[in-house]
Design a protein around this ligand. Structure first.
Ligand SMILES: *Cc1c(COP(=O)(O)O)cnc(C)c1O
Ligand SMILES: [Zn+2]
Length: 418
């Protein structure tokens, strides 16, 4: 089992470095806040993988980047096809917004229908490496569905904690895949705390976001794909919706990897998009408050996947924006719901509210002049619209879209179409 390209795991708070074989989930000096960042030997990696070798690769999954991931060359990976989702150009949306190019990366195409599959696939590889009998996670729904589905693909036992208010589609996925499901009377943050306690008590492998250092590494493959699918000519801006901040941290990590390997010469600006009712990061971005002492908020938003009182991966999430000259952007629930049909009609990509939030952020950024006519922009559409039909129906009703109710006759159709 050779992980010779992984040099260390480094605490995001104190910079203390731990050998990969000895590191636990977090820095012992900083407890659950001491999230670790995986560090690599880029010279070694550069000798194993290049844009040229990638161009010749027949692997159309996230594992095409295996030499750049914290897994051994021969480690078995789950059989479901995770990653290499399409990045569609959307010229009508670009014209509407007054920017040069817009692409939408459709993560709704993943096996369990959200970007979380990238992290959960990674979790299963690392759990097998650790010889884990049971894996667990808390989730607003999608990370749970992802761990559940990926586990089913390899017969891995798993226990899942979700708030009892999670959308029905997401809970149904868990039950279909055969997970042990705990619906917690409380919000995501409460489910998270309970899952942490249970994992420690029972010795389960813990996939929790903003705790397990390898989840960001799985998610970074979305960023690497954006670069590769745009021919290593980086966009000017990437829009990412933010709850815990792990996806945006992963996208940033992809840019840092590509810069370190000399595959790109500049990083895109990364914009984090938050719901106005779940805007911890946006608040901290504006006020400059210390992320280690800023108190949790009371998050409420229609975009359940980005509802977080205390974003677990907030340190990486802030760095993603400040180190790339991006910004945090706040959008209201109405703006998110308004963006959903606009994105669907302008690109063919049907997103759940948290996915549409990324596009709503781009609309707001264009309004505020943060992006303009020369900018090439990517929106990460993080999850499928079928995940939350109730919200999608609200969104189309709000813009006055109604079906025709007709008899099964041509006359009735003609009448209705008048
Ligand atoms: C999890 C999720 C997000 C937010 O990701 P974080 O890492 O929590 O910031 C956004 N959209 C969807 C669909 C998600 O499932
Ligand atoms: Zn530390």
């Amino acid at each position: 089992m050779s992980l010779d390209h992984v040099t260390a795991l480094v605490c995001v708070i104190c910079d203390k470095s731990y050998p990969p074989t000895e590191a636990g989930y977090v820095c012992p000096d900083h407890g659950n806040e001491g999230i670790l960042d995986v560090r690599y030997d880029y010279e070694l990696i550069g000798s194993r993988i290049t844009p040229q070798s990638l161009a010749e690769s027949h692997d159309t999954t996230m594992w095409r980047y295996r030499p750049l991931l914290p897994v051994a060359p021969d480690a078995p990976v789950p059989p479901l096809t995770v990653g290499w989702t399409p990045t569609y150009e959307a010229p009508r949306l670009a014209a509407d917004l007054g920017v040069a190019h817009v692409w939408v990366k459709d993560e709704g195409r993943q096996p369990t229908a959200s970007l979380k599959d990238r992290a959960s696939a990674m979790a299963l590889v690392k759990a097998a490496e650790a010889g884990a009998e049971v894996v667990t996670t808390a989730s607003t729904g999608n990370a749970a569905a992802a761990l559940s589905g990926l586990s089913a693909s390899v017969g891995q036992k798993n226990v899942i904690f979700v708030p009892e208010t999670a959308p029905e589609a997401k809970v149904t996925q868990l039950l279909a895949y055969g997970s042990t499901v705990a619906l917690v009377k409380g919000n995501y943050d409460a489910a998270f705390e309970l899952c942490m306690e249970a994992a420690a008590e029972f010795g389960w492998y813990n996939r929790n976001t903003g705790f397990n250092p390898y989840m960001t590494e799985g998610k970074k493959t979305a960023g690497l794909e954006i670069l590769e699918q745009l021919g290593w000519d980086p966009p000017d801006a990437i829009f990412v919706s933010v709850g815990d901040g792990s996806i945006i941290g992963g996208v940033h990590k992809a840019m840092k990897d590509a810069l370190a390997l000399g595959w790109i010469e500049r990083s895109p600006r990364i914009y984090g998009v938050q719901a106005a009712g779940s805007d911890y990061m946006a608040q901290a971005f504006e006020t400059g408050e210390d992320l280690l002492t800023k108190a949790p908020i009371d998050a409420v938003t229609v975009a359940d996947s980005i509802s977080a009182d205390l974003p677990r991966d907030r340190i990486k999430a802030m760095a993603a924006v400040t180190e790339t000259s991006g910004a945090y952007i706040r959008v209201t629930d109405d703006e998110i719901l308004a963006a959903l049909p606009v994105l669907a009609r302008g690109s063919g990509v049907f997103a759940e509210p948290a996915g549409a939030a990324g596009y709503a952020g781009l609309v707001a950024a264009a309004d505020q002049g943060l992006v303009g006519p020369s900018d090439r922009v990517v929106v990460l559409s993080t999850g499928n619209g079928l995940k939350d039909i109730a919200s999608a129906m609200k969104a189309v009703t709000a813009v006055g879209t109604q079906p025709m109710h007709i008899l099964p006759t041509l006359d009735s159709l003609k009448d209705a179409m008048k």
